[in-house]
Write a protein that binds this ligand. Structure first.
Ligand code: C5P
Length: 222
């Protein structure tokens, strides 16, 4: 096919979604936020009292739900069985539960299948933890975004404050470090830089700088 796929992976708060959304807008690509899919399942599990340690039960729950990601100017709108959960999937409770939900093989197999289908709909940019390593090993461009835990926590903090949401910098730092640890050490498709991904440390880079770097890579793949 002549569909172009861009894979952006990295730890929590490295700026993946902000940057991916801007690159997608610039290139008129579809933006697919795969983290939102795992968050949606975590939210549904909490709502339905499904044990997040039980992979079989989570997979059964997943089989009953549709997850729609709708690209809008303000960001991705997320619908689960047509119900808008865009803000519900960003709570501290979901942050806490989501790595556990995402650790199960049965859950990941189904998610990856859904993600590949979405990626085949047209030129697209996917962000997540395992896009370059598992979901799209043949992606045209692979980027691995990182930044120090301090900077990532500060960015999240500023974002929360801007949205008028309560935020505690020290707690954010702990949360982010814990989530990275769980995502990097799980057995199935852990967070890892693909060997052919381009690493970009964004600690000292602005958002437009990172966006430009990626657009240049797409124009002229390495
Ligand atoms: O990207 P975001 O921080 O919204 O992702 C939430 C969580 O979903 C991650 O911490 C990880 O546990 C899981 N995830 C994953 N694989 C992906 C995307 C997200 O395991 N491709």
């Amino acid at each position: 096919t002549n569909i172009i796929n861009i894979a952006i992976d990295g730890p929590a708060g490295a700026g993946k979604s902000t940057v991916a959304k801007l690159v997608a807008e610039h290139l008129s690509y579809l933006y697919i936020d795969t983290g939102a899919m795992y968050r949606t399942l975590a939210y549904a599990a909490i709502q339905n009292n499904v044990d997040t340690k039980n992979g079989t039960a989570l997979k059964e729950l997943l089989d009953t739900i549709t997850i729609q990601l709708i690209n809008e100017k303000e960001g991705t709108k997320v619908l689960v069985n047509d119900q808008d959960v865009t803000t519900d999937i960003r709570t501290a409770e979901v942050n806490k539960q989501v790595p556990q939900v995402a650790s199960h093989e049965a859950v990941r197999l189904e998610m990856v299948e859904r993600q590949r289908k979405l990626a085949m709909e047209g030129n697209s940019i996917l962000d997540g933890r395992d896009i370059g390593t598992h979901v799209l090993p043949n992606a045209d461009v692979k980027v691995f975004l990182t930044a120090s835990v301090d900077v990532r926590a500060k960015r999240r903090h500023a974002e929360q404050i801007k949205k008028g949401m309560p935020s505690n910098l020290e707690e954010l730092k702990k949360d982010i470090a814990k989530r990275d640890e769980m995502d990097s050490t799980r057995e199935v498709a852990p967070l890892r830089k693909a060997s052919d991904a381009i690493g970009l440390d964004t600690t000292a880079l602005s958002i437009p700088e990172v966006v430009n770097e990626i657009i240049n890579l797409v124009k002229k793949p390495a």
